[in-house]
Write a protein that binds this ligand. Structure first.
Ligand code: SAM
Ligand code: SF4
Ligand code: SF4
Length: 353
């Protein structure tokens, strides 16, 4: 490898850290296990596009667990310590705990998480915890039954999602984060009630600005509620104070209730981009590696794997991709460009957020 692999005194083990063209290390790998989903959230997989005849990946097109584990091991050796399983809806994979077991055994992985809509979580939460999963992030956009149902594309059952949350808590998959995508005129009027509900629960609610990911969700800037506005709104009800980052590169801006009732995060990719500290790579279910959520191209690792690439070859491929990485879409975003869909971007359900 090259001189870009420089010793980094920040790292616990003081080992060589690989940095991209903008000097960002590789710390996180998001693994999308499948592209299918039991929801049709209009901001992610709108029903009219993802209809009954839509062709999702077939099993042989998806990476096998062994293929995923091979890539994950190489990524861990290159510095990845955080891994997250996502999708589509990862819990549609009935054998997910087998993959979790394999990932949990990889040396250097000290944070193994799952992002899910939690509809199918209750029956498997303990099994996943036993397999080595550390924690879950649950996507839950509103506690208003009608709004929730609409935002899941008419497919979600709120009571079942809340059962999933409870089961995750009981299984120790904590701290649980709750992701709320806020859309103006859709669920913004229900955000304070949701926050009130989870105050004191130990769960960390994260308010996410609606992003122009992919090309199919009809994103418009006027549907984005800037985090700053939400913060002002919250301050009409509660006293809040800013918290320090947990670690460099954390994407959420953290606040806590002054009365000790917990933490809230803001993910403000549109109004306050954080590309400067973005340390994530994303692997799609069919083995494409993307270095940005807004990427319009990736690298086909499945082809290499199926042409018998060994670990050394994969290490070279991954490190070359990372060393050349210069993505900073959110910092360069021009809303009028995104709205016109000038760029063909990868869809969120393929790379999992
Ligand atoms: N199905 C799982 C879920 O919903 O948790 C995992 C995959 S989903 C693509 C991952 C996350 O991306 C969810 O929290 C979802 O709310 C978020 N997401 C999807 N489309 C988005 C968009 N356009 N803007 C912001 N977040 C989005
Ligand atoms: Fe499915 Fe998650 Fe996308 Fe909603 S956000 S459609 S639950 S993948
Ligand atoms: Fe990272 Fe791309 Fe998002 Fe910037 S736009 S924070 S580089 S994923």
């Amino acid at each position: 490898m090259s001189s870009d692999l420089i010793p980094d005194d920040d790292s616990a083990a003081n080992v060589a850290v690989m940095r991209d063209a903008l000097r960002r290390p590789l710390h996180d790998l998001r693994i999308s296990v499948l592209d299918q989903c039991n929801f049709r959230c209009p901001y992610c997989m709108p029903e009219d596009e993802f209809h009954a005849d839509y062709e999702f990946l077939r099993k042989q097109q998806r990476l096998s667990y062994n293929e995923v584990l091979k890539i994950a091991r190489v990524a861990a050796r290159l510095g990845v310590s955080k891994m997250r399983l996502t999708g589509g809806e990862p819990l549609l994979d009935k054998h997910l705990s087998t993959l979790v077991t394999g990932l949990a055994e990889i040396p250097g992985v000290d944070d193994l998480a799952l992002t899910t809509n939690a509809m199918l979580l209750a029956p498997v939460a303990q099994q996943l915890a036993d397999a080595g999963l550390h924690r879950v992030t649950v996507s839950l956009d509103s506690l208003d039954e009608d709004v929730f149902r609409r935002m899941s594309g008419g497919r979600g059952n709120l009571a079942q999602v809340l059962e999933g949350l409870d089961a995750a808590q009981e299984a120790g998959l904590t701290p649980i984060k709750i992701n709320v995508v806020v859309q103006r005129g859709v669920n913004d009027h229900t955000v304070l009630d949701l926050l009130e509900h989870f105050r004191g629960s130990g769960h960390i609610v994260r308010l996410i600005e609606f992003m122009d990911v992919g090309n199919r969700n009809g994103w418009r800037l006027d549907q984005v509620v800037p985090s700053r506005q939400l913060l002002d709104l919250m301050r009409t009800r509660w006293q809040l104070r800013r918290m320090d980052q947990n670690y460099p590169g954390e994407v959420a801006r953290r606040y806590e209730y002054v009365d000790g009732q917990g933490e809230i995060g803001f993910i403000s990719s549109v109004t306050e981009p954080f590309c400067g500290s973005c340390s994530r790579a994303r692997l799609s279910a069919d083995g494409m590696l993307y270095t940005c959520l807004f990427a319009n191209q990736g690298t086909d690792l499945r082809e290499s794997l199926r042409n018998d690439a060994d670990d050394e070859e994969l290490t070279n491929i991954l490190s070359q991709i990372w060393l050349q990485r210069a993505d900073r879409y959110s910092e360069l975003r021009r809303p009028e460009m995104a709205e016109a869909h000038v760029l063909r971007k990868v869809e969120m359900y393929r790379i999992g957020g």
